[in-house]
Design a protein around this ligand. Sequence first.
Ligand code: ASP
Length: 307
Amino acid sequence: MFTLAIHGGAGTINSSLMTPELEAQYLHGLSLALNAGKSILTSGGSATDAVVAAVVELENFPLFNAGKGAVFNHIGQHEMDAALMSGSDLKAGAVCGVKHIKNPVLLAKAVMQQSEHVMMAGDGAEAFGKMVGAEFADDAYFHTDQRYQQWLDIRDTDQFQLDHSAASNKKMGTVGAVALDSHGHLAAATSTGGMTNKRFGRVGDSPVIGAGTYANDATCAISCTGHGELFLRAVVAYDISCLIEYKGYTLKEACDLVVMKKLVDIKGEGGLIALDAHGNIELPFNSDGMYRASVDVNGNEFFGIYR
Ligand code: ASP
């Protein structure tokens, strides 16, 4: 038995502004990622490998805000963050502020498996990437016209935004995956370009273990998407794990309280994907939409964009 859930970001996803063609492209991106993770789980592979494979697909897909397609920061650069956590041994790896790593989630995996550290930042993370043979890409690789336009719209302001705005059909960004493998182990991975026009050096919740990403076989695996500052302050992923561990909440009860109440109370817009070792899957969000997909213990697939 295995389960898998993925997301391609939450936010103001307005169905009236979405064309059928664009919608089909997003769904195609999600299905590439779901299939990549599924094929590993079907053949008895680990949850860790499955979430990484799914996130690599999402990073390579230009419509999602991670890897190729990452948003621009205030000075016109792409600064990307990613994290990976394995629920069986609580090992974790993360990178933040990397600018030239083609697949930041693979570097997060290298930090987890090939270093004594959990999180590496900026130039140091890229130097480590050279050491472990990570694939590098130049600025042009990360450039997409859609993101450039989004940035031009607000670069002369102090605003920074989730990869969406109500005025135009810009979605929130970030991608992630959570999985339960046939050995009963959980894993979570998240990758993002962060928020459009963010100050350079800004790091959101995604790479922070316990905030945007968390996995523990005894409780749950979580990958978040939304307004990172609020998700950091609410320590979202670990809060859900704690509600399960210390208060005996079900996955659904814990997700509902954190996403629909605690985050809403502090205006923390966004959502997350969650699953536990019993095969439960939750995909809650308090925004208009969240690109998401899952496959349950019976092999039933689900794809969703809107509420
Ligand atoms: N949580 C991400 C960040 O704040 C952005 C997002 O999920 O859209 O960096």
